[in-house]
Write a protein that binds this ligand. Structure first.
Ligand SMILES: [Zn+2]
Length: 335
């Protein structure tokens, strides 16, 4: 029987990584800066050539690669059933940002990949992370769970009754953009004021004190009163968001990742749990918040998990072969 290979793409606003794997685990990974100029299919062509380079590095004949899983920053737009990217930090035609040297409204990602591959599965990065955490991580086989990331952005992947939610364009879980406060002037990258990401994202959390997120948490945890208040206030907003999701989805467990939670989750958790548990016990009793298990590997493992043959899962669970990969930069895990 021919050896089976799978490909994985982690598409972020800054960097793109391509990984090739066989039944034993990942064989090679290459990455480069996300292309942001040229024709609208330039990004599609970039990922095709990156996958070819990963094949070359792995010593795999590129023609043997037939399936590819993609974990990408969103949001998406489905056009004629095909997933296109409409990501504001890549598509210059969307918000007319002066720092983007293109006028792309949409990037026809699925169409370009389907010209080359038989099997293409594209998911929002938090949905891919949810699949990874349900396959190999903290919420294995859990039917009612949510993956959440708290990093430079805030995002969610939602699973109800064992079914992963996608929505009309594949954007289910963009709950970082749910409106939380009309009083807040904090501005989100999406254009909203006062949405969850605007109020507590790593980009904004220290803004009122003129501190980076890292400085804010360092000062807060060293006992600086103002910094501590700002950090705990953010934890409370996060807890309210989790409550809203429990009220909407009847979730049992949240697996939380992202750089802020990875470094400060244990410290923030009491305030988060208090916001969650003080509301409507019939819904919130027994709901748990656990650390995501895949850490900085979540984007690569997420993309691989979308196309992994089921018969590989048991041995990958035992050997965790992704640990041979170079970890992704935190910026890639922003949503
Ligand atoms: Zn927003």
């Amino acid at each position: 029987m021919d050896t089976i290979y799978i490909g994985a793409l982690d598409i972020g606003g800054t960097k793109i990584a391509a990984t090739i794997a066989d039944a034993k685990g990942p064989l090679a990974k290459v990455s480069e800066r996300t292309v942001k100029s040229g024709p609208a299919r330039a990004l599609g062509d970039q990922v095709l050539s990156l996958l070819e380079r990963a094949c070359e590095q792995a010593g795999v004949e590129p023609g043997l690669l037939n399936s590819v899983g993609v974990s990408s920053c969103g949001p998406f737009l489905r056009v004629d059933g095909m997933v296109c990217l409409t990501t504001p930090n890549i598509c210059g035609g969307r918000l007319r940002r002066p720092d983007l040297q293109n006028d792309w409204e949409i990037i026809p990602l699925e169409q370009v990949l389907r010209e080359r591959f038989d099997k293409v599965v594209i998911e929002n990065d938090c949905v891919a992370a949810l699949v990874a955490e349900r396959t190999f991580g903290a919420v294995r086989n859990e039917p009612d769970c949510v993956y959440a990331t708290w990093s430079t952005g805030i995002g969610f992947g939602l699973c109800v009754d064992g079914r992963i939610l996608r929505g009309k364009h594949g954007n289910a879980g963009h709950a970082g953009h749910m409106l939380m406060s009309e009083q807040s002037q904090a501005l989100c990258g999406c254009g909203n004021r006062g949405d969850l990401e605007a109020v507590i994202s790593g980009r904004n959390i220290g803004q009122s004190l003129n501190l980076s997120a890292e400085e804010l948490f360092a000062q807060a945890r060293a006992g600086n009163r103002q910094a501590e208040e700002a950090a705990i206030s953010a934890a409370r907003w996060f807890g309210r968001a989790l409550y809203n999701l429990v009220a909407t989805l009847d979730t049992r467990v949240f697996a939380v990742g992202g750089s802020i939670w990875t470094h400060h989750g244990e410290w923030l958790k009491p305030a988060v749990m208090e916001e969650l548990e003080k509301r409507m016990p019939a819904l919130t009793e027994g709901v748990s918040v656990v650390p995501a298990a895949l850490g900085s590997f979540v984007a690569d493992v997420g993309a691989l998990s979308l196309v992994i043959p089921p018969e590989w899962i048991e041995s990958w669970s035992a050997s965790e072969p992704w640990r041979t990969l170079a970890a992704s930069a935190p910026a890639q895990l922003s949503r």
